[in-house]
Design a protein around this ligand. Sequence first.
Ligand code: HMG
Length: 454
Amino acid sequence: MVETSIGIDDIAVYVPHLYLNLNGEFTESRKVDPRKLASLGVSKMGVPDSHEDSVTMAANAALKLIKKNNLSPEEIGRIHVGTETQVDHSKPVGSYVLGCLEKDLGEGSLRHCLVPGDAIFACLGASGALLDTLNWIRAGANDGKAGIVIATDIAKYETHSSGEYTQGAGAVAMLVRENPTLLSIERPVGVCTKDERDFFKPLHRTTPVVDGKYSNRCYLDTMKSAFVDYRAKALRAGLVKLANGEALTDHIEHLAFHQPYPKMTVYAAAFLFRHEWRGLPRWQQIVRQIGYEPGKEHFQTDDEFWTADDQWRRRFTEETDQFKEAFNSKVQSSQEASRIVGNIYTGSMYLGFASMLEYGEHGPFDSVGFGSYGSGCGALAFRGTLQHDHSSVAGSLGLRSMLEQRREVSLEQYGALHEGKANGSIVKPHDEFALVGIGKEGCEEGLRFYEFVK
Ligand code: HMG
């Protein structure tokens, strides 16, 4: 029996109207070499205005998706939010988002829409929500309705920290249903989960505790392991058949990785291609050109090994045609939006996918591999196929024009917004949901109030 295709029908991105330029004033004040930021791949970062939070960004992305697809409330059976930017210890962001949407769709119109609690696992949250929503449809529990999955986050680090220039904010809403126009998603999912300390946000803090270099290693190790698991499952299911000399990645035309900053996708691709290509004829050519990979057993300490391994990786990525060709065709276009938006945590891989659709070359039935990572830590690897009419969705994303219409803020304005001391909105909200107040006392203490501002 042929399985009904299920996946992402359409996608809508929301980014704040403000951005900070990371060159000039910023690099001077932080005493950071601009060449380092160029190497990491970041040049601007999205900055939320004082009326924006994870709820408004999610609701704005979801409303855009609903309007674009002329969805009536009866057609929406589920709204599942993935976020690590909670606004309450109990009430999910999803319930606030539902309240916002009802302001447009009609009071009580989403009363029978399922809002599972927010999916929280650092940047992995939205991928968990997406896979659950696909399974909700596969199980036939959707009653013919569609699901909306929303990734929404504000990536905020301490000022003057090495995470500061990777900050960003935004939301991605995805319409999930049967016979999707954009991307059908296959069943097998590669999984790797560990109890790690690379990045976490204790309840009393608004910024994370991060071990930056260690977080990169956790990411790479976990991501590779998830792809190894995916490979075994996909081969077992007969979805991928490897001929002699072929690697799994030869069967994936595009790769969207979790992207805390663009350079991380270079590290991820290098780690994955190395693993996949070892033992294949192309590997012999690579070894002849740049020598063997360093072996752990030849080093006294882990740090010495990683330093040597970084040097080898740099030669692999910068000098071999095999890597450059594979990276440029499969990954590069997913970096464009991230360079000027920054990390948007749960949404960053999906922003990378949207970026690939907006800036890259793609054709019907191309396969897209997804490598999602969340600190703490876990990775998920899965594959989808672009559908026959996917270009109608790709052509209507409007990502480029949205990014071009943003307004630059000064370092001083950014500083005030970061500290929560800005005196009102820098750009007055217009045709969007906005945070208009927070209850002060009694039964409304801490309750958040949102309006659609015309
Ligand atoms: P760092 O230690 O400041 O940077 O941290 P670096 O020394 O590793 O340098 C980065 C690159 O810039 C290197 O390139 C340097 O050579 C180059 P490479 O050698 O690797 O190709 N560089 C320069 N190039 C030219 N001129 C110079 C110069 N200086 C350096 N003068 C780090 C970077 C990303 C670790 C830091 O920004 C950080 O801590 N960020 C936050 C954590 C993070 O993003 N981790 C990523 C993995 S974990 C993850 O993705 C999950 C996350 O999204 C959270 C979640 O799941 O919720 C973060």
